[in-house]
Design a protein around this ligand. Structure first.
Ligand code: AP5
Ligand code: MG
Length: 244
């Protein structure tokens, strides 16, 4: 359902970083503490691919090859999603924007609606990323992420939460991972300067050696000291905290 979301002043956290830096992992953890949905353009595109619709058909070969899908397609998906009522209280963006065009479109959209964006830049060494993504598994039902090395499921290949068989993403082959990293370097990294020049608050977080919970704590501390989060962290699973 579309809603009037103008001038809410709500925060929008933009999780930024290379493939495998932990954007999805951190978005899911932050979602337990904050109001608003987790919006992943990668997840949205994979849903369209699974549905076999027109958007999925346009995206599938590009994703398999590690290339970005066209700006206008992704921008439209996000514009439509952001107009939904559940975004009024803010949102967590994961994997969007990824080009200068997307960044400009997003900032304009957020400005029109009076949202307050902040970028969380997850920094991880590329060789660690290749190792991480080769061992990633995901539950196709509930979306829980596992790592064969650092966070394996209790029973091999089975989701701890719902017993579904875990899947490996088609783009998690080493040659495709390296192509995704090249796309990130050439098309996505330049956005950081664009955000800086636009005065968007930016938090740089080392996300390589730390565990997901430690990375979450660094993000939370950074957001709190930057004045972007009003309250101390609640217990995980508690009601959403107050946001400025
Ligand atoms: P997308 O789905 O966004 O993939 P990505 O950016 O390549 O990132 P990943 O999902 O691979 O990694 P992540 O950072 O979420 O890490 P995760 O938390 O899973 O995009 C896929 C494709 O869709 C793109 O290539 C493109 O084709 C297309 N696309 C999407 N958005 C687009 C856009 N805006 N424009 C154009 N095209 C677009 O963690 C990775 C692994 O590491 C997991 O196993 C996890 O358990 C583990 N892990 C996480 N944190 C830690 C930690 N701290 N320590 C140890 N292990 C960890
Ligand atoms: Mg992801």
């Amino acid at each position: 359902m579309a809603a009037d979301i103008r001038h809410t002043g709500a925060p929008v956290l933009i999780l930024f970083g290379p493939p495998g830096s932990g954007k999805g992992t951190q978005a899911k953890l932050l979602r337990q503490r904050l109001k608003g949905p987790h919006i992943s353009t990668g997840d949205m595109l994979r849903q369209h691919i699974n549905a076999g619709d027109e958007i999925g058909r346009r995206a599938v070969q590009l994703i398999k090859a590690g290339k970005l899908v066209p700006d206008e397609l992704v921008n439209e998906l996000v514009r439509e999603r952001v107009s939904q009522a559940d975004c009024c209280a803010g949102m967590i963006l994961d994997g969007y924007p990824r080009t200068l065009n997307q960044a400009a479109v997003l900032l304009k959209l957020l400005e029109e609606h009076g949202f307050r964006p902040a970028v969380i830049h997850l920094v991880v060494d590329y060789e660690r990323i290749v190792a991480r993504l080769s061992g990633r598994r995901q539950c196709p039902v509930c979306g829980t992420l596992y790592s064969l090395t650092t966070n394996p499921p209790k029973a091999p290949g089975i989701c701890d939460l719902d017993g579904a068989h875990l899947v490996t993403r088609e783009d998690d082959r080493e040659s495709v991972i390296r192509e995704r990293l090249r796309e990130y370097d050439s098309q996505t990294v330049p956005i950081l300067n664009f955000f800086r020049e636009a005065g968007v608050p930016m938090l740089e977080v080392g996300a390589g050696e730390a565990s997901p919970e430690q990375v979450l704590q660094k993000i939370w501390d950074g957001l709190t000291s930057a004045g972007l989060i009003a309250d101390a962290a609640p217990e995980v699973g508690a009601a959403p905290s107050g946001l400025k």
